[in-house]
Design a protein around this ligand. Sequence first.
Ligand SMILES: NC(=O)c1ccc[n+]([C@@H]2O[C@H](COP(=O)([O-])OP(=O)(O)OC[C@H]3O[C@@H](n4cnc5c(N)ncnc54)[C@H](O)[C@@H]3O)[C@@H](O)[C@H]2O)c1
Length: 370
Amino acid sequence: MVIGIPRELKDHESRVGITPAGVKALEEAGHKVLVEHMAGALSSFPDDEYQAAGAEIVGSAYDVWRLADMVVKVKEPVEAEYPHFRDGLVLFTYLHLAPLHALTDELLRTKVTGIAYETVRDRANTLPLLTPMSEVAGRLSVQVGASCLEKERGGRGVLLGGVPGVPPGNVCVIGGGIVGTNAARIALGMGAKVTLMDINPTRLRELDDFYAGRLYTMASNSYNIARAVAEADLVIGGVLIPGAAAPKIVTRTMVSKMKKGAVIVDVAIDQGGCIETAHPTTHTDPSYKVDGVVHYCVTNMPAAVPNTSTLALTNATFPYVLKLAQLGPQAAIRDDAGLREGVNTYRGMLTYKAVAESQQRDWRSVAELV
Ligand SMILES: NC(=O)c1ccc[n+]([C@@H]2O[C@H](COP(=O)([O-])OP(=O)(O)OC[C@H]3O[C@@H](n4cnc5c(N)ncnc54)[C@H](O)[C@@H]3O)[C@@H](O)[C@H]2O)c1
């Protein structure tokens, strides 16, 4: 199989779909890897490392997409990449289609097989290709939140850890999944007072047990959320309903009652955001204020730390890339129920129920189509 690795075009997206180690393993298995010139440079993987591993460096994105049977990327294609789509192409990347109607239209129109990292499942029924980036984003959310709390960046000037004689900052984490637990871990490590909310009582029980009284847990409902965010210096949104748009559980009214200069980091913004006043921002212009509250809503947070993120992401994606290349897409999708869950578009049909429901479209199970 010919595997194409284009340079990412999304603003400040500095990760890349494969490492030189991945190229070497694919070459050894008899496949050909085309890497766009400078695709890995921002992740600290220069062209010559790819070349030494056996890749062919290609001068233009146009040729990478044109010559590849499968394109492996990081973020969902931006508009400038839509003209590269063609019938028979396999696209393996994060797609986050629920809020992206135009991208969905193009993938369906051109009959691209779109396999979304974020909906692939493993045997434990977890989301193995979302996990590493959620770990990065969760840990980073506290780092950027602490920075936004500084006066210079519009925050209320609170040091999360406090100092002797001054209480620590108040962090409210909504969603106790991978993002939430990693955020809580770093916030606790910085010495903040941390409250974590989830609708899943089992999750709250596990976290309560693990942190043995250092973490406050609360059932997530609108009454509790309103009270917790009003007291918070930093709110971190990390809720997820897989494949669907995030529910707006922090309302505009709740935001208007927060402390001036408090900070919201809505990590769930890539699924539309769980804060009503949140809208997507970029690394170039990451934050804005509503009612005096700083909002940081970058949709690709891990791009801020691309070396760590590329290594973490490709550790998880590579076994699937190899399987798709070895078996061919149709057999790989038929053979692996978890990979099949990742197929969002197939031969012009939408094949992921939650995306179809979010966009009010028809869908068909890919199992019926392969
Ligand atoms: N912005 C970024 O760069 C970035 C990076 C990585 C992940 N994300 C996003 O972060 C979000 C969270 O990812 P995750 O891996 O932690 O997911 P996860 O499935 O591990 O956790 C989600 C949690 O949300 C909880 N939840 C659902 N509805 C809730 C509600 N109403 N109130 C409180 N909790 C609720 C679930 O019970 C679950 O524990 C996703 O939308 C993901 O796409 C964004």
